[in-house]
Design a protein around this ligand. Structure first.
Ligand code: ATP
Ligand code: MG
Length: 429
């Protein structure tokens, strides 16, 4: 038997993606803009595990939510413990805040996180099984100042990225008492329309009737449109909180619409909820969603701690930048080392290290399979390199370097000492 039986190459799992260098630069730039903006509001990064006990997500997100009900990647660990890949960040962040005692004695914490999340959804544009979220949470601020700051920060972000036509929808879900009352009203209302309810809605009727308002089924739209609205049942405290938020947004000239049907998919929200939406991505147009979750920390075993946060889907933001052609890739090759293949490779390695040591921020590409000069120049031009540094037999015997600009005709081509080479390149960098 031969050991050389070739096998079919393994394919990636459905709904999972490879991000190739032709695209990673967009991800990196988005992440770096976000981090700059977060930093300017004094948010600090927190990192927590991709795996947690399944029970955490069940109790934090809620049993009757889409995420817990049908979207989790859950399995047993070797010890028999039920564990899940995180479907979102807030539950793990809250777990970490409690376990590490970060919110003790009312300390305000402003945290951000980023990383992969996992949901077993039907893959389609803007909906992946592994996707990246970038989120921020503020703990221990009870006023709408915090809600507003998060919204102002995201508005700034869309501006810095250059995203056009992103609109803001806000709503208030009230306290859990408000929702209890409204829940009963909704159940009674939908019970009068049982014949119109689809399978999903029937399933949610008693477990999570608010989610019916979020139905994407066009047949249900008329009864959803005519349903009683939560704002008619809002308690006074939530109403005042919502007014404060609207006042700040008005003062800062942030446009918004109040969408009384905006309920968000997770159980932990109370009072403010908001979404940033674009019409340029088709059905999956929500690029950022968030809200207040004042009861969650206590529910998870911590001290009572008001909190508010959001998460944005980086996959959808990158998609938008690509679809709208918002950014141009800048050449990342500063200098391409064009070498005479007869020159001893030790000399080439020594010289390229010497250049890198003198110019640590220079991006220097050394051709490790050198062919003819002509072919190397062709490659350098294809990569839109700024410069070619030429090391031929001539240069080696003269102990010199030739620098040729591939972008600036005026600079042309110059031969000089190592010190001169460094000086010319320094002017560029
Ligand atoms: P949707 O209504 O689109 O399913 P959601 O309410 O489930 O969104 P959240 O849990 O609030 O979404 O997550 C916040 C953001 O994360 C979303 O607005 C979206 O940008 C992104 N997101 C959520 N699920 C996915 C996914 N499967 N693939 C890519 N991005 C996602
Ligand atoms: Mg979802």
């Amino acid at each position: 038997m031969s050991n050389n039986i070739s096998r079919q190459p393994t394919k990636r799992l459905r709904g999972m993606y490879d991000t190739l260098p032709s695209e990673t630069w967009i991800w990196q730039r988005v992440e770096s803009v976000v981090q700059q903006v977060f930093h300017s509001y004094y948010f600090q990064e927190i990192r927590f595990p991709l795996l947690e006990e399944t029970a955490l997500f069940h109790s934090a997100i809620g049993e009757a939510t889409d995420v817990v009900d049908k979207e989790m990647f859950s399995f047993q660990s070797r010890s028999g413990k039920k564990i899940s890949l995180r479907p979102e960040g807030t539950a793990g962040c809250v777990r970490a805040v409690i376990q590490n005692d970060l919110c003790n004695r009312g300390t305000i914490q402003k945290l951000w996180y980023q990383g992969p999340m996992f949901r077993y959804e039907r893959p389609q544009k803007g909906r992946n099984r592994q996707f990246t979220q970038l989120g921020a949470e503020i703990f221990n601020v009870v006023t709408a100042q915090a809600d507003a700051e998060l919204i102002l920060m995201t508005a700034k972000l869309w501006k810095k990225i250059g995203l056009p036509n992103i609109r803001l929808e806000i709503n208030s879900l009230g306290t859990s008492e408000t929702r209890k009352e409204y829940r009963e009203v909704l159940i009674k209302y939908f019970e009068q329309h049982l014949d119109v309810l689809d399978e999903d809605a029937l399933k949610r009727l008693h477990s999570n009737p608010l989610r019916i308002l979020d139905s994407k089924n066009p047949k249900m739209h008329p009864i959803v449109e005519a349903a009683p609205v939560l704002s008619d049942y809002l308690d006074e405290e939530s109403q005042l909180h919502f007014d404060e938020l609207k006042n700040i947004l008005d003062a800062c000239e942030i446009e918004y619409t109040i969408n009384p049907k905006l309920v968000r998919g997770l159980d932990y929200y109370s009072k403010t909820v908001f979404e940033w939406i674009t019409d340029d991505l088709g059905a999956q147009g929500t690029i950022c969603g968030g809200g207040r979750y004042d009861a969650l920390v206590e529910l998870q075993g911590g001290k009572p701690t008001p909190a508010v946060g959001f998460a944005m889907g980086i996959d959808r933001i990158v998609e938008l930048i690509k679809d709208l052609n918002l950014w141009k890739e800048q050449s990342s090759v500063d200098a391409y080392l064009v070498i005479d293949k007869e020159v001893n490779s030790n000399i080439i390695n020594m010289l390229s290290e010497k250049i890198r040591n003198a110019l640590p921020t220079l991006n220097l590409l050394v051709n490790q399979n050198p062919s003819s000069f002509k072919a190397q120049f062709k490659k350098a031009n294809k990569l839109s390199a700024q410069f070619a540094i030429i090391i031929g037999a001539n240069e080696v015997s003269n102990n010199s370097f030739t620098l040729k600009s591939l972008q600036d005709k005026e600079f042309g081509q110059k031969e000089g000492t190592f010190e001169q080479l460094v000086e010319w390149l320094q002017q560029f960098k």
